[in-house]
Design a protein around this ligand. Structure first.
Ligand SMILES: Cc1cc2nc3c(=O)[nH]c(=O)nc-3n(C[C@H](O)[C@H](O)[C@H](O)COP(=O)(O)OP(=O)(O)OC[C@H]3O[C@@H](n4cnc5c(N)ncnc54)[C@H](O)[C@@H]3O)c2cc1C
Length: 423
């Protein structure tokens, strides 16, 4: 039954947990919560703004055991990379590159949730979250819900002013079918820079599902938006070159993914950011599926009292991501070279470990050693990511001492010369 309190009309008084956003992170969290003992999870409300789900092709590298294994429709044992006419075929060892159709992911969760009376989904747009004395108030179009805890995946609802990302990953993908066998079904192409007019570092990404069917995407990391024709033009000329126009388009996927460093999201006792709002999208790649899963595990650990509240932590990887974002923003043409050198000089195992933020500092140094040093040094200085004042101060001081020593030496030289002349 509904009641009214003050200016808020309550659809239902109380839920134990409210999840804002029924997407990747929200559904992963709800499913994992429902697997906890019934006495610890009494009720969950998911508030999702849209009944219509926009399909996405979710890919990630992983070992074969994970909670979504049964949803993996296709996996590849090798990754391809191409730039400056150099092609690399990179066999994966203990992992595969896996594909999940987000539509199957959503319908799988909806049918799971339908069987559990503890979970309710409403389709409304959340306009604000407020922490109250004894819980949280989640405001929607014409009312509000109350709960003990809120998990929010929508960045602009964060309490702290939400910084709009400057850099975005823009892409357009066509799922195509060819009449001849055209694709190697063992290999997904991560990046192929062999694209016409790719001064902006645009590249092609290919997921071959069968020998005749593949998703071919044109992607660019950029601060500016692109007209659809720009991607269509690149895709058309790439496909013409490779498959001589022998294809039909069956599906289109267009997307933009924010590339922003970990957000310093305000984490209160009761409002916990998840997914995009928690900075789970890796800034330099746009991947988040497995990061969302890791974050879910941390939240569940917190709910069970095993670990502290999952918190924003600035790590050296956040710093690396920020450097790359600065380069994308200011030296976009360097992107191709950076990825070329990264893939040329490192094993795929190390590259994936680095992107998963699992490398040691020594391994990081090895990776950076082979990257264009000038570009990164310039980014380091100009981006102002590092406070260079102490370094400048030390150099100044050091230079000061040299100057003093030099003046002293000059003076002693003059004195000894004068002495020599007198002698
Ligand atoms: C086309 C595309 C392809 C991608 N491919 C990959 C990939 O291959 N691998 C990978 O790891 N990542 C990929 N990503 C990035 C990332 O994994 C996804 O964006 C992922 O969905 C992020 O999870 P999320 O739960 O934070 O956001 P979402 O899945 O977008 O979920 C957020 C939900 O909140 C809802 N919402 C928004 N505002 C409100 C509001 N005010 N009130 C209530 N609900 C609201 C939205 O409708 C949405 O359903 C892709 C992204 C896109 C766009």
């Amino acid at each position: 039954m509904s009641t009214t309190t003050g200016t808020h009309f309550f659809f239902k008084m109380e839920y134990q947990h409210i999840i804002i956003g029924g997407g990747c992170a929200g559904f992963q969290l709800a499913k994992t919560m429902l697997e906890l003992p019934k006495e610890s999870i009494r009720s969950i409300l998911i508030i999702e703004s849209s009944k219509v789900h926009a399909p996405k092709s979710w890919c990630f590298w992983s070992t074969i055991s994970h909670p979504y294994r049964h949803l993996v429709e296709k996996e590849w044992h090798s990754l391809g990379f191409k730039a400056y006419q150099n092609q690399k075929n990179l066999p994966l060892q203990h992992q595969t590159y896996q594909y999940i159709d987000s539509t199957s992911f959503i319908s799988h969760h909806l049918s799971l949730f339908a069987k559990d009376p503890r979970l309710t989904i409403v389709y409304k747009t959340v306009s604000g979250i407020e922490e109250t004395e004894n819980g949280c108030l989640v405001q929607c179009e014409n009312g509000a819900y109350h709960s003990e805890y809120v998990y929010n995946s929508v960045p602009h609802l964060q309490e702290k002013p939400y910084l709009k990302p400057k850099v975005w990953q823009h892409f357009l993908g066509w799922e195509i079918t060819t009449s001849e066998n055209s694709f190697d079904t063992e290999k997904a192409t991560l990046m192929d820079f062999d694209v016409d007019k790719n001064e902006d570092g645009r590249f092609i990404y290919i997921l071959p599902f069968t020998e005749k069917r593949a998703l071919v995407e044109c992607t660019v990391f950029s601060t500016q938006e692109y007209a659809l024709e720009s991607f269509e033009c690149s895709l058309r000329s790439y496909l013409e070159k490779k498959y001589s126009n022998d294809y039909t388009i069956s599906k289109i996927e267009r997307g933009t993914i924010p590339m922003m460093p970990k957000i310093n999201a305000e984490i209160t006792k009761r409002i916990i950011p998840i997914g995009t709002a928690a900075g789970c999208i890796k800034a330099s790649t746009g991947y988040s599926f497995t990061r969302n899963l890791e974050h879910t595990t941390k939240i569940i650990g917190y709910l069970q009292g095993n670990n502290k509240r999952p918190k924003y932590a600035y790590s050296r990887f956040t710093f690396y991501d920020k450097l790359l974002l600065w380069i994308i923003e200011n030296q976009q043409s360097e992107i191709k070279k950076i990825f070329y050198l990264l893939f040329k000089n490192n094993s795929i195992k190390n590259i994936l470990m680095f992107l998963d933020e699992r490398t040691s500092i020594v391994q990081d140094l090895r990776i950076f050693y082979f990257l264009p040093k000038r570009t990164f040094i310039k980014a380091l200085i100009k981006s102002k990511l590092v406070d260079l004042a102490p370094i400048k101060f030390t150099i100044k001081r050091y230079l000061g001492s040299i100057k003093t020593a030099f003046t002293f030496w000059q003076k002693t030289e003059v004195v000894s010369m004068q002495k020599n002349i007198i002698d």
